[in-house]
Design a protein around this ligand. Structure first.
Ligand code: AMP
Length: 226
């Protein structure tokens, strides 16, 4: 059994899900004037939706809730608040996923209150219905059991953080690891294969952070000073 339910998402998945999501928006009567991508997870889907719906206007807002893979902060914040005038405009607010929904709810309120948009509708690839505080206006996939979607745009970030989490636990019992040991334990814990290149880069990050120390072709786990 995996320690964390994780699903690996490919670039092809992202394109086909975004195409499907755009189709749902097109079928509705909503004709957005502006797409607003929620940074950072909404960037790629928002850009693809602009393409599929032939929309020129693309803005962004950074509403942040989760700072580490599968670990939420207490509350969401708008990181760089700024004011613009979108009065009389219809907005499509795009993100990758509604999990708790905290960050999107905050972004939507912010846009109504500070950008004076006429209407704001929300579109996401995934909606985790049992935990979300609201149902998005448009979603490609309803997810009924919580899972961490390992999107391709956070491949390295997630891999290194998940590897670090694993080592915090397993490193208590085993100090010396080969590259293959690290990969195999990752596969056992998370049951997703991010590929050798990403594993290598994630190990390099941990070496740069001093958590892994290369020694005689192996890696020594070192969490002191963390
Ligand atoms: P939330 O405010 O809880 O809806 O989540 C905010 C952001 O965290 C999302 O837009 C994603 O970028 C990331 N995130 C939250 N939950 C997940 C998940 N289950 N899988 C992948 N990314 C997630």
């Amino acid at each position: 059994m995996a320690k964390l339910k994780t699903r690996l998402v490919t670039w092809d998945d992202v394109v086909s899900w975004s195409r499907g999501l755009a189709g749902k928006i097109r079928e509705s009567s909503y004709r957005p004037d502006v797409v607003v991508a929620v940074a950072r997870g909404g960037f790629v889907p928002a850009r693809l939706i602009c393409d599929f719906l032939l929309i020129d206007n693309l803005l962004s807002i950074q509403s942040q809730h989760w700072t580490e893979a599968a670990k939420a902060e207490d509350r969401a914040v708008i990181k760089f608040p700024y004011k613009i005038d979108l009065s009389g405009r219809k907005v499509l607010l795009v993100d990758d996923i509604v999990d708790t929904g905290e960050s999107l709810a905050l972004a939507r309120n912010y846009i109504y209150n500070n950008w004076s948009a006429e209407e704001v509708r929300i579109a996401v690839l995934q909606w985790i219905s049992p935990v979300a505080k609201f149902k998005p206006d448009y979603y490609f996939m309803e997810v009924k059991e919580w899972v961490w979607f390992q999107y391709p745009w956070t491949r390295l970030e997630d891999t290194y953080q998940l590897l670090k989490r694993l080592l915090k636990e397993e490193g208590k019992y085993k100090k010396e690891w080969s590259f293959e040991d690290l990969v195999n334990k990752f596969l056992e814990w998370y049951e997703i294969d991010v590929g050798k290149e990403y594993f290598k880069e994630a190990v390099d990050v941990l070496v740069r952070k001093g958590i892994l120390k290369p020694e005689g072709g192996k890696y020594i786990v070192n969490f002191t000073g963390e």
